[in-house]
Ligand binder design. Structure first.
Ligand SMILES: C[S@@+](CC[C@H](N)C(=O)[O-])C[C@H]1O[C@@H](n2cnc3c(N)ncnc32)[C@H](O)[C@@H]1O
Length: 409
């Protein structure tokens, strides 16, 4: 089987069955001769999906069958974004793929469409929102919201796909930055220092081994900042209501030393927190299966600090998830603010007087962030906002993230 056919099979699963690209890749990538090529092509096609769909709509009078749409996207992506492949090779290997997937009757159509694409500049729409949606390959409704909220320059910076290829590693409390730096230097691993207990480094066999030993973990800068903003102190009783896979709970437990109560609605996700705990050797975490939208009487007035790291659209980490926009519509994410509000409104009952209620998301959409908090504060006068931050994703490894810290008066 050719590498292109392996990529095609994975993309078909993602497009037609809604499978996760990363999972399908991990199942099938070892079959490929040139694994880097297959990974680049799959993530590239998914990342540029809106743009490639636009070209197909311009070049084909009638929308082709779903299988041929995938083939054309693969060919167009190679032509536009993979400099290592000469245009004639991109066209001929895609035509061969058409035969390999048993659509030989469409070889001529694929060949002509790709040559047409390669030889002509397809004009983008004049309308700014439509044009940016295609240029950045992001749904129009997101461009629209970002432009209104953040203006054009910030929107462009947030939507630009970059080549930042470092992972952000946090050093565990049982290890030290000096120990980490020594190993990275000895093995010539590229890194950029980030904070005194964290580093951006290339993810490879060396970092994987230190990770497996529980000495470092992958945790974004913004996720760390959320925990630090909670200012956990020894003696604090901390509740993390939407905790899986456990990134913030583990760091909070390391910072606070006392027991952190770590909840999630799904038992299989609670298991992720347990295995994270075991890998890191962190013991002061108690996991509880709990639906954060329903009042748990055992928690009422019991906690000094309550974190609601609510489920969200995840747009702040879109640069790391090439398939995030597939099937995302205004409607598909419209129900989130109601759930987010319900979680926050339930969580308020668990905070002691004088205690902290923290709300966080990894998105940059105001309706999931400041609008939820404004609504909450307007009906809960006994809570006061003492810190609010909206981080925007950049090209230096920072994710988009929102935190609101409130004190119960
Ligand atoms: C943004 S993730 C949390 C990430 C986590 N705080 C971390 O730092 O690793 C949101 C979590 O909320 C959980 N969740 C969704 N609905 C929930 C509910 N009603 N009650 C509790 N947890 C919920 C999801 O299963 C998911 O694990």
């Amino acid at each position: 089987m050719s590498d292109l056919k392996i990529a095609y099979d994975i993309l078909s699963k993602v497009y037609q069955d809604g499978a996760y690209a990363s999972l399908e890749l991990s199942k099938h990538i070892l079959k490929a001769t040139n694994q880097d090529f297959v990974v680049h092509l799959i993530y590239g096609v998914l990342e540029r999906d809106i743009e490639l769909s636009y070209y197909i709509s311009k070049l084909c009078i009638k929308r082709p069958k779903p299988s041929i749409v995938i083939v054309l996207k693969m060919g167009m992506y190679q032509l536009k974004y993979m400099d290592s492949i000469p245009a004639y090779a991109a066209v001929s290997n895609t035509v061969d793929l058409t035969k390999e997937i048993k659509k030989q009757e469409l070889k001529g159509f694929v060949n002509a469409t790709l040559k047409n694409f390669n030889n002509n500049n397809i004009e983008l729409p004049k309308d700014k929102i439509k044009r940016m949606s295609i240029e950045y390959s992001v749904p129009e409704f997101i461009v629209n919201i970002y432009l209104k909220e953040y203006g054009e320059d910030k929107t462009k910076a947030m939507l630009l796909k970059d080549n930042f290829s470092y992972e952000h590693f946090r050093v565990s409390s049982k290890y030290s930055m000096d120990q980490l730096l020594k190993i990275l230097k000895e093995n010539n691993v590229e890194y950029i220092e980030s904070k005194d207990n964290a580093i951006f480094a290339k993810n490879n066999k060396i970092t994987q081994d230190i990770y497996s030993a529980g000495n470092i973990t992958v945790q974004s800068k913004t996720s760390m900042l959320t925990c630090e903003a909670l200012e956990p102190k020894d003696g604090d009783k901390i509740l993390d209501l939407c905790a899986a896979p456990g990134g913030k709970s583990i760091y909070l437990a390391e910072l606070a030393k006392d027991e952190v109560t770590s909840c999630d609605i799904y038992p299989h996700r609670i298991a992720l927190i347990e295995s994270y705990k075991n890998r890191m050797g962190v013991e002061n975490i108690k996991t509880v299966i709990n639906d954060a939208t329903i009042l748990n009487k055992d928690f009422v007035d019991k906690f000094d600090k309550v974190l609601c790291d609510v489920p969200c659209s995840g747009l702040g980490v879109a640069k790391k998830k090439p398939d995030i926009y597939l099937n995302m519509t205004k409607e598909s994410i419209s129900g989130l603010p109601k759930i987010q509000y319900k979680i926050l409104d339930t969580a308020k009952e668990y905070v002691k007087v004088g205690g902290i209620l923290m709300y966080s998301t990894c998105t940059t959409l105001p309706q999931e962030n400041k609008e939820v908090i404004r609504q909450f504060l307007s009906t809960n006068k006994n809570f006061e906002l003492i810190d609010e931050r909206q981080y925007l994703q950049d090209d230096k490894g920072l994710d988009g993230f929102y935190i609101a810290k409130m004190v119960r008066k």
